[in-house]
Design a protein around this ligand. Structure first.
Ligand code: DX5
Ligand code: ZN
Length: 223
């Protein structure tokens, strides 16, 4: 599991000190900075817009991994791209035009991600494998931090791992496999063993304050 990387979700950070929090998790070993964008419509919570992404951009050189829990998402892609996102992940359930929106993200020269809610079948990714740089398997229902990991998603993680391996073995582009929700020291190894390589973690990284971030990240990496 030594190649496991952690993407702290700043949803669990101190929102009054977001710049400092991003610098702290960067220094503590974050691979990406995961930013949860919620619209109060696709998910029952309202969080961060492109202005905050723009404000955080100067605080880290790590990739800003922006998870768009938003519907419709098309009208916001350009704003998040201009704000300095590196990865834009959309939900397969967020609209009828997944293929077009992934193309829109790629046209900005960004990495494109596709997220699957717990009830969404793996087959949703088949027709867009050539357009994605990242597949995000949700291990909770999106909307809130601090929820419990849904064990039924382990077999989905393994199924997506097989699809990605087959795709790359056939000469396809690199695709990363990320999981998000309820990742802690008990569930991180389950996700990693099933084939996830990037673990998003909010609560498990930010618990204990800045003095704990490096230790929390190493623990999640299984070190
Ligand atoms: C859930 C978000 C997650 C969330 C993870 O909708 O996408 O990124 O912040 O939080 P924890 O790690 O606390 O489950
Ligand atoms: Zn997320």
């Amino acid at each position: 599991m030594s190649d496991i990387r952690i993407a702290p979700s700043i949803l669990a950070a101190d929102f009054a000190r977001l710049g400092e929090e991003v610098r702290a998790v960067d220094a503590a070993g974050a691979a990406y900075i995961h930013i949860d964008v919620m619209d109060g419509h696709f998910v029952p919570n309202l969080t961060i817009g492109p202005g905050v992404v723009r404000a955080l951009r100067p605080h880290t050189k790590k990739k800003l991994d922006v998870h768009l829990m938003v519907s419709p998402v098309e009208p916001l892609i350009d704003a998040f791209a201009d704000a300095g996102a590196d990865i834009l992940t959309i939900h397969a359930e967020a609209g009828a035009h997944t293929h077009r929106v992934l193309q829109q993200i790629k046209a900005h020269g960004l990495l494109a991600g596709l997220a699957l809610n717990p009830a969404t079948p793996v087959g949703q990714i088949d027709e867009v494998m050539d357009l994605v740089d990242l597949i995000l398997v949700m291990t909770v229902n999106p909307g809130f931090g601090g929820q419990a990991f849904i064990p039924s998603q382990i077999k989905k993680i393994a199924a997506v791992r097989s699809l990605i391996d087959a795709h790359m073995a056939a000469g396809g582009q690199k695709i990363e496999l990320e999981i998000d929700g309820g990742v802690n020291i008990e569930t991180a190894p389950l996700g990693a063993q099933a084939g996830a390589e990037i673990l998003v973690a909010g609560t498990a990284v930010f618990t204990g304050g800045p003095g704990k971030y490096a230790e929390n990240i190493l623990n999640l990496m299984g070190r």
